[in-house]
Design a protein around this ligand. Structure first.
Ligand code: FAD
Length: 494
């Protein structure tokens, strides 16, 4: 007999709700715990998972395998080509191992919920049980409702309710225990499983050796790295987060998104660690930096709550149906200039090059480039959303989709459509000395002063053209008018 924990994007041993419960169940029944990971190439394709994200996940599995082996827990990993076969294969493995219970943490996207529903049915037909736990959000979706009993679609009142709920339900910040060590007999009984190797990245998701090395250095994998980064951030930067978080040239943010997205760190642990550094021990008092950081982590919960309540956003539909009829542009030349960081708007180009190089982009810049694509180029925001997913190491459906919905004004709690970022003003405000631009757009290194924000418009044409830096592909003022008219027409016919 055995109990199984199925790892998905919860790749850690510490503070993992389902893993802990599985371990308790196994200890109680005096049977071994087996850990399972299934690589599903079709899921990666369907969800546009970036190769850098797959690579991070595979490197994390190495760490996880080692940590679990120290607890005499085997980690069985295998690739199942067709995603429709995943539930059936899990049932087969459970039967082979004589397992009675399967534990997993819940994922809220539509495909995943359907997969889990199928699995529960298949398992129960064979007399086996599955338990799926809330784990990824601090407050489980569905818990917070407006006075009228509805899901919030605006962040601020939702956040007030979130704070109140966490203060009133202190157990929400209790951390799950670590899994117990398996009895020695687990090795004798399941020795073969301990020999399992981490699978290769599926075709289409492989990095070149050179890229692999680069990303390994940029994004060291696994939960120990996450813990180190969290404690360094809380020691050195969280106190000034409020002042620094909008300046992309500063390393003022935590860079923990890849760990939250892969589950190598729980948001519970992060919020608790930050709160414990705060002398008020509250979520909404004391040090400003800590408060703001916690409120940013809460955005992640907010977007997952939105996804659960309005699952149609998983189907390429805007949250606001009345914005379905906007006539978007599909101009590939302009889209490619955006993806390659060659729009002639230095802040936009710097940001896109940061994404292409690191698989990550600063939040302020994500807002700037998303606004630029949807409102200056009037390109369908879903093309940008897709490009982000295909390149982000921290790609997360809800945060990405809702981030794009916010910027393109078609989403939940959006930027009003008539408020259009001026890329030049954004650049001057958030990269005043052009430090970020110079880092990512080396052609402009020799441009000094304010000309860095608009080299052709501010007397640095000679340097920019000699270095091969492009002219602006669109004129902002005119583009703004075109966009306002297109939104108005779209809404009127929606
Ligand atoms: P910090 O500033 O240190 O924040 C801490 C954590 O809070 C983040 O790691 C993240 O988990 C959460 N968080 C912060 N801001 C947001 C936000 N606006 N929305 C949701 N969660 C937030 N974040 C992703 O994790 N995955 C995505 O795919 C993603 N796509 C985005 C697309 C667009 C168009 C926009 C505007 C934002 C997107 N974000 C996404 C949110 C945000 O940009 C990143 O979470 C943040 O830049 C990560 O850096 P950090 O870990 O240093 O963040």
């Amino acid at each position: 007999d055995a109990v199984v924990h199925w790892f998905k994007w919860d790749l850690r041993t510490r503070d993992n709700s389902a893993l802990y419960l599985a371990s308790q169940k196994a200890a109680e029944a005096k049977v071994p715990l087996i850990a399972l990971y299934v690589v599903s190439p079709q899921d990666f394709e369907a969800h546009l998972t970036a190769p850098v994200r797959v690579d991070f996940m595979l490197r994390t599995l190495q760490v996880l395998k080692r940590d679990l082996a120290e607890l005499a827990i085997p980690l069985w990993m295998e690739t199942v080509e067709k995603r429709k076969d995943v539930p059936g294969r899990i049932v087969e493995l459970m039967q082979e191992w004589g397992a009675s219970h399967l534990f997993a943490n819940m994922e809220y996207e539509v495909d995943e919920l359907r997969r889990e529903a199928k699995l529960v049915t298949l398992l129960s037909e064979k007399g086996m049980a599955m338990e799926v736990l809330h784990d990824t959000c601090i407050v489980p979706p569905g818990k917070l409702t407006t006075g009228a009993g509805k899901q919030y679609s605006v962040y601020s009142p939702w956040f007030r309710a979130w704070i109140k709920h966490v203060h009133e339900n202190r157990f929400l910040l209790d951390l799950a225990g670590s899994p117990e060590r398996n009895h020695k007999s687990a090795r004798a009984k399941f020795g073969r499983l301990f020999e399992c190797k981490v699978p290769e990245a599926p075709e289409g998701k492989r990095l070149s050796e050179q890229e692999r090395k680069k990303f390994e250095a940029l994004w060291p994998a696994g939960e120990h790295e996450a813990a180190k980064r969290l404690s360094r951030f809380c020691d050195e930067a969280v106190g000034k987060y409020g002042q620094n978080r909008n300046i992309p040239a500063n390393s003022g943010t935590s860079n923990l998104s890849v760990h939250f997205a892969s589950g190598t760190l729980s948001t519970r642990t992060a919020v608790r660690t930050a709160r414990d550094r705060n002398n008020t021990k509250k979520l909404d008092g004391g040090n400003e930096g800590i408060q703001v950081w916690i409120s940013e982590i809460a955005w992640r919960d907010f977007y997952k709550h939105v996804l659960v309540h309005w699952p149609y956003i998983c189907m390429n539909k805007p949250f606001k149906p009345e914005y379905s009829n906007i006539e978007w542009s599909y101009d590939l030349e302009q889209f490619n200039a955006w993806t390659n960081g060659r729009t002639g708007f230095p802040i936009v180009d710097a940001a896109m090059r940061q994404l292409n190089h690191m698989g990550w982009m600063h939040n302020r810049c994500r807002m700037i480039v998303a606004s630029f694509l949807s409102k200056d180029l009037l390109v369908d925001w879903r093309m940008g959303e897709k490009y982000f997913m295909e390149h982000l190491v921290d790609g997360d459906f809800a945060s990405n989709n809702c981030g794009w919905g916010f910027a393109a004004s078609v989403g939940v709690d959006p930027q009003p459509y008539f408020r259009i970022f001026n890329p030049l003003l954004q650049s001057e405000k958030f990269d005043p000395d052009g430090e970020y631009i110079r880092k990512w757009v080396p052609e402009l290194k020799g441009v000094s002063g304010k000309a860095i924000h608009d080299p052709y418009g501010r007397g640095a044409s000679a340097v920019a053209s000699k270095a091969g830096y492009p002219r602006q592909i669109v004129e902002h003022k005119g583009a703004r008018e075109t966009t306002l008219a297109a939104y108005k027409r779209g809404i009127a016919s929606g």
